[in-house]
Design a protein around this ligand. Structure first.
Ligand SMILES: NC(=O)c1ccc[n+]([C@@H]2O[C@H](COP(=O)([O-])OP(=O)(O)OC[C@H]3O[C@@H](n4cnc5c(N)ncnc54)[C@H](O)[C@@H]3O)[C@@H](O)[C@H]2O)c1
Length: 256
């Protein structure tokens, strides 16, 4: 199951896991329509607002009835609020935590009984959370978002400790700048530090600040998720996997 399965990164993960012959449930707020371009493999949409415990329970029950187990949960649903704390209302703060942190908690909590079924034959099951490089270092104007991602990082480690003995691996993927609707909205937002610059010049500047001189694509993220989901990653757990084109490895260059 991929939460946020209709988003920029979620879609790429859904497509990639279908290619690997998983039966995929794409869980999101708006289940109508078709994103499964793959002719050979069938995926299924599930309505799941990750902030609702009833919906998390119902979505997992559906998978239990149809599959009897769950091998992989990808918690990719997320929202980004482009504001400093001073301009953030309490409702916006709570909403950010409800989707990014509570959503990860609820989907994972109700997935665990199904994942225990998947590990019954000695294989591992895998939960893949979505952190961010913003959970380590901050972009200006993203205070609540940064705080939620730091919380997801800590939750990932706690879940890995608690459920590793049951054969359930828990990791977080921490993307840098990935070209999705979320990134487009970040560029368009005042909180990005754009200060009147054109969108194109802002994008070019951000591209150039990366050691590899580019953003990532959703497929780059899907490749890592696919590995973490697979048996090849059977020894990988409790880690925060940063995929950011080297962005967070460097000291910011001085612009003289
Ligand atoms: N794009 C980036 O540069 C980037 C960088 C770091 C981390 N991330 C993280 O990657 C994940 C995916 O981001 P994306 O770029 O694909 O974003 P996106 O906005 O394209 O997709 C997010 C998806 O989450 C869904 N969603 C929002 N609220 C939901 C809810 N309550 N219940 C269920 N689904 C909900 C949306 O409908 C959407 O389909 C997020 O957790 C995001 O924080 C993205």
């Amino acid at each position: 199951m991929v939460t946020g399965g209709r988003g920029g990164i979620g879609r790429a993960i859904v497509r990639r896991l279908l290619r690997e012959e998983f039966t995929v449930y794409a869980a999101d707020l708006t289940p109508e329509g078709s994103i499964f371009s793959d002719d050979e493999h069938q995926g299924r949409f599930v309505r799941l607002d990750v902030t609702s415990e009833d919906e998390a329970r119902a979505a997992m029950n559906l998978v239990l009835e149809e599959q009897g187990k769950l091998d992989v949960l990808v918690n990719a649903a997320g929202i980004e609020l482009e504001k400093t704390i001073e301009h953030t209302t309490l409702d916006e703060w709570n909403r950010s935590f409800a989707v990014n942190v509570t959503g990860t908690f609820l989907a994972s909590k109700h997935a665990l009984p199904l994942m225990r079924q998947a590990t019954a034959d000695g294989r591992t099951a895998s939960i893949i959370n979505f952190g961010s490089y913003d959970g380590f270092i901050a972009d200006p104007g993203l205070a609540a978002y940064c705080a939620t991602k730091g919380a997801v990082h800590a939750l990932t480690k706690a879940m890995a400790c608690d459920h590793g003995p049951e054969g359930i691996r828990v990791n977080a993927v921490c993307p840098g700048y990935i070209d999705t609707p979320m990134l487009q909205s970040f560029f368009a937002g005042a909180g990005s530090g754009g200060q009147g610059r054109s969108l194109e010049s802002l994008k070019e500047a951000v591209r150039n600040v990366h050691p590899i001189r580019n953003y990532g694509t959703p497929d780059d993220i899907a490749n890592l998720v696919n590995w973490l989901a697979s048996d090849e990653a059977r020894y990988a757990s409790g880690q925060l996997w940063v995929l950011d084109g080297g962005l967070s490895a460097q000291v910011q260059q001085m612009r003289l």
